[in-house]
Write a protein that binds this ligand. Structure first.
Ligand code: AMP
Ligand code: ZN
Length: 465
């Protein structure tokens, strides 16, 4: 039974999809004015682990991610004065983002949607809020009237009445009725690009974007909305206010927020200059799989301190797993079963599932895998691992790779010399009419992505596509 910590209740809750077995999930995507840094990728990696875990559990998943391709930063850095130029600028960074995701084995969400393609949806949502008295117009801009939504502050646990003006409140916008009210639609500024809509000439605020797009594709009430802790306030608080006031329904069932990637105790952020992009790190020779491992190994609700040393350690951890797997796959073992190892492997597989079910406790899941590796390595050294231990160990590693996706794919891991050696052994087995053994070797190669073909010139091998 999967349990997730819901920011709204502050509790670990059993997760049940609203609609039978279908999970509808929304994740706040990147603001595409530059390359994403690995702090951002910590969030996308945990969301990817969740995505993979839900599918592993047999759920049907509809996962939507937005691309913020219009906001203060994209406008500032593109210098665009018309939509075409803005799109050209943001497309470069959107493409770079998905290239980086691919490098990190982050699966693509089922739907990726751009803010600039959903202006009509945002306009009609704002009109709905105006009609129902939750929003008002001032000098061509539109604001959400916080006093009309008593539940405001519930997600972030804010005391709205006693809320002080601070860094998080934009006090520049003095034309609002109340300084706490936030912008839904910003009137065109001189020289800035705009959309000409029923609300007038202007552009949407950031928060309305996610309300409009999530509800358009997932319905008014859906299962999971994720982000990092800095999204809780004001972004997600505002999304709730806008959406629930527009529909009169609860918006999201489970809110998930990952902790930050920090450097020397400070959040990694572009504005602080303490960041690395994925490209910075791969250019320095760090492997993407070691970076993914580093980001995945600490449970998402715990802060993760980034150091180069931690990536080196991840690299060694992956090597240890790969070496072990190679020995298990290519070793020749006596028939039968080492009971102790079999029990350990079954335990590790159960523990892996229980850990991931426990709010994606990745550290504990990895611990289970390494415990097995430790014991099985001892058995390998003492030549007590048996043939029938192989499938259970393989099963655990298949589950592990399905979710963590940090091991080399088995075909590329297998060296030609090893393949040739196994083929020679198979040939010898066939000649001595040990067909069971020769079939075993063929299956072993197949499990690692190597296909054997009988031709008139003898047996050839190729890597499976
Ligand atoms: P942005 O592209 O700035 O909209 O951020 C994309 C995502 O990365 C958001 O969900 C942010 O909350 C998240 N994020 C930003 N900085 C960090 C960090 N240092 N650690 C983890 N997540 C972060
Ligand atoms: Zn969002």
């Amino acid at each position: 039974m999967l349990k997730l910590t819901n920011t709204m209740s502050g509790q670990l809750e059993e997760f049940h999809p609203l609609d039978d077995n279908h999970v509808r999930m929304y994740t706040c995507g990147p603001t595409v004015y530059n390359f994403s840094h690995i702090g951002n990728f910590r969030t996308y990696v945990y969301e990817d682990l969740l995505r993979r875990w839900l599918k592993f559990k047999g759920c049907r998943l509809t996962h939507v991610m937005n691309i913020t391709d219009v906001d203060d930063k994209t406008l500032r850095d593109s210098g665009a004065t018309e939509v075409g130029a803005l799109k050209e600028f943001t497309l470069k960074f959107t493409q770079a983002f998905f290239e980086d995701c691919k490098t990190l084995n982050i699966e693509r969400p089922d739907l990726v949607v751009n803010a600039t393609d959903h202006i009509p949806e945002m306009v009609s949502l704002i009109q709905k809020l105006v009609r129902s008295g939750h929003a008002y117009e001032r000098d061509g801009s539109y604001y959400f009237k916080i006093s009309t939504f008593p539940a405001y502050g519930r997600l972030a646990k804010l005391d709205v009445a006693g809320m002080k003006l601070g860094a998080s409140v934009d006090v520049d916008e003095y034309e609002k009725e109340n300084v706490r009210d936030f912008a839904l639609w910003k009137q065109r500024k001189e020289g800035e690009l705009y959309w000409d809509t029923a609300l007038g000439k202007g552009r949407p605020g950031w928060h309305i974007e996610c309300s409009a797009m999530s509800m358009r594709y997932l319905g008014e009430h859906f299962d999971i909305h994720c982000g990092a802790v800095d999204n809780i306030f004001p972004h997600h608080e505002n999304e709730i206010a806008q959406s629930e006031c527009a529909t009169g329904q609860p918006f999201v069932n489970v809110w998930l927020h990952g902790e930050h990637l920090v450097v020397n105790g400070e959040k990694m952020a572009k504005s602080k200059g303490n960041f690395f992009t994925l490209r910075d790190l791969t250019a320095q020779g760090f492997s993407p799989r070691a970076i993914r491992y580093t980001l995945a190994a600490v449970p998402y609700r715990k802060p993760l301190n980034f150091t180069f040393e931690s990536v080196h350690q991840s690299h060694s951890a992956i090597e240890r797993l790969e070496e072990f797997l190679l020995r298990v796959e290519t070793g020749h073992f006596e028939p039968g079963q080492n009971e102790k190892i079999e029990e350990k492997a079954r335990w590790a597989r159960r523990r892996f599932v229980e850990s991931m079910d426990d709010d994606l406790n990745t550290a504990q899941a990895l611990g289970a895998v390494f415990e097995l590796v430790h014991e099985a390595n001892v058995a390998l050294a003492g030549e007590t691992l048996k043939e029938n231990n192989r499938p259970t160990i393989r099963g655990l590693f298949a589950d592990f790779q399905n979710i963590f996706a940090v091991l080399k794919d088995p075909a590329s891991q297998m060296l030609e010399a090893e393949i040739e050696q196994l083929m020679a052994e198979r040939q010898a087995a066939r000649q001595s009419r040990q067909f069971k053994r020769s079939d075993e070797i063929r299956d072993q190669l197949l499990a690692r992505g190597i296909v054997l073909e009988d031709t008139k010139d003898g047996v050839r091998w190729k890597r499976k596509d």
